[in-house]
Write a protein that binds this ligand. Sequence first.
Ligand SMILES: *Cc1c(COP(=O)(O)O)cnc(C)c1O
Length: 456
Amino acid sequence: MSFLEDRSKTDWQSLDSEHYLHPFTDHKDLGNKSRIIAKADGVYVYDIDGNQILDGMSGLWCVNIGYGRSELSEAAATQLNELPYYNSFFQCANPPSIELANKLDKITQKQFNRVFYTGSGSESIDTMIRIVRRYWEVLGHPNKKTIIARKNAYHGSTIAGVSLGGMNAMHKQGGPLLPGIEHVDQPYWFESDRSHSPDDFGKKVASQLEEKILEIGVDNIAAFVGEPIQGAGGVIIPPDSYWPEIQRICNHYGILMVTDEVICGFGRLGEWFGADHFQIKPDLMTFAKGVTSGYLPLGGVMVSEKVSSAIIDKGGEFAHGFTYSGHPASCAVAIENIRILDEENLVLRTKNEIGPYLQNKWKSLEDHPIVGETRMVGLMGAMELVPQKDNPQRFDDKSTAGMTFRNFAVNNGLVMRAVGDTIVTAPPLVISEEEVDEMVEKAWMCLDHTQSEMTN
Ligand SMILES: *Cc1c(COP(=O)(O)O)cnc(C)c1O
């Protein structure tokens, strides 16, 4: 059964504009012009007019193995027929959720021995906050509640996710936010005055964590959390000096370190997790998105032995959980997704083959007169649009350069996202060399267009 034949494009659009309240959308701008995406295959999506669009964003950073993999839809169908749903409360479990827990144990660092399942990244963040606070409670430190995160971080959209994230535009709406959260600066070298070398800058920004711990008092601090590479904030790749210094500070003060792997996990950076790329050892990791390549909703928190054993041994019942924790169909899809990532060597290919291939082409965009910097790790990158490449100034505050690029791109068969004047990309890990060539050629054309629009 397909819905596609049911209505015309304009019918879909007008129904959409009447009844649908979209996420992160200004409906006055949207009107009844929503782009109806009808199909997808490999790295391409197709709108209802049949336009082919190269998806340089893997949906929302999640379709790691690409679209149209029938192994995943068959895994879901088989599981839905056998056991569509049962809960994991009250001493119950189901085979796919147990099997997936076992797989996750194998692909994560050795301190991780347990997973808590959720339905999304935001729920994983909420769960992580509850776990770290609970951990310190059961150890007899009920004041250790504060969690330190970074400005311009994205940790989801529930009230805890918004609060922990550092997005000004989100903080302005729907407060008050969750108490017990502090923010330090992000390691965004290009946005700094660039008076320090990247490595000195990385250390300097990391030292803000230490200052914050001393300011709030270590007896009040539960954890530090960060995305290994900030995604939604603009693919902010920290200098190499940054994460080791964060790890050193967390160890020194004995606070928990959490990596939010919702984007970086499941191969995006050429390792299973971002923590592996940066060679750090977090106590907890939140994940979602790429765990199922987005085919069904699933998220979770990897919990280290140290944290899980404290909660289990000293805590009694952990009063937390979701109806869809350990959903059998989602877990079955995740198992199949991980099998494909593994057997088709997609993680290693990202590290050693297609990642370097795209990185090299991406770097060549720096020859364009309006590109001030490009950066990429694995298959996750950004470029900075500037008026003149040798001058560190950006376009002014009201710049439309990023939006101009993005809109021209999608109308010419390429999805990339604009974060202000930062263009970001994260294509499916299955992208071929020819598709990379197409992506980068199109990006160059979009740069030409943006340059001529901005100088007119
Ligand atoms: C997308 C994202 C989230 C939120 O995930 P949802 O599934 O949208 O709730 C959390 N953290 C990071 C780093 C993300 O990119």
